[in-house]
Design a protein around this ligand. Structure first.
Ligand SMILES: [Zn+2]
Length: 175
């Protein structure tokens, strides 16, 4: 059990390290070419076609890399938070508890038949998110908001996820 868990962590770490290294290379190229792309000032209500795909576009230089690292860390958080043993792929049993919670929140907010969601409100709500990637699924939704929050831009995070993230942080601090 422990061996399998630690293999999982090592794989996740390697993936993270590769991404980090590649992104640092991209930043280096940008710096050599005399500055990167302009930092996005997109706001809710602006043309949705101009919305950044990922939230590193809201940051410059090394902060792009930090925002990507926080995004990847978020995936670790939803996979590992209060996880009790291995999941069973296929029948969705013993999913990590935070993943079940995120799936239900995402479905209710964007796809559910809940009363507040009638008449395409889900799409309207997706248009309130600050990146297009966040609209993909519950885990990218969480990762994009987690990263924004950790980068000191809670205004770029989904307010429902800000509440959840603060709950997790309070629990972590008092554990
Ligand atoms: Zn992701």
């Amino acid at each position: 059990m422990i061996a399998a868990e630690s293999r999982e962590l090592v794989t996740a770490y390697k993936k993270l390290a590769n991404k980090e290294f590649k992104l640092r290379g991209t930043i280096r190229t940008m710096e050599r070419q005399g500055g990167g792309e302009p930092v996005s000032e997109w706001k809710v209500g602006d043309d949705i076609k101009l919305r950044p795909y990922t939230n590193d576009k809201y940051f410059s230089g090394i902060d792009k890399m930090r925002s990507t690292l926080y995004h990847e860390l978020a995936h670790q958080v939803h996979q590992m938070w209060k996880k009790n043993g291995r999941r069973y792929i296929g029948n969705r049993k013993n999913n990590p508890p935070l993943e079940d919670r995120l799936s239900s929140m995402f479905f209710t907010k964007f796809h559910g038949a809940a009363p507040g969601n009638i008449g395409g409100r889900g799409i309207e709500r997706k248009n309130q998110l600050s990146t297009t990637y966040a609209t993909t699924n519950e885990f990218e939704w969480f990762a994009e908001s987690f990263s924004a929050y950790m980068m000191g831009r809670p205004d770029l995070a989904d307010p429902d996820l800000v509440k959840l993230i603060e709950e997790l942080l309070d629990e972590a601090a008092n554990a």
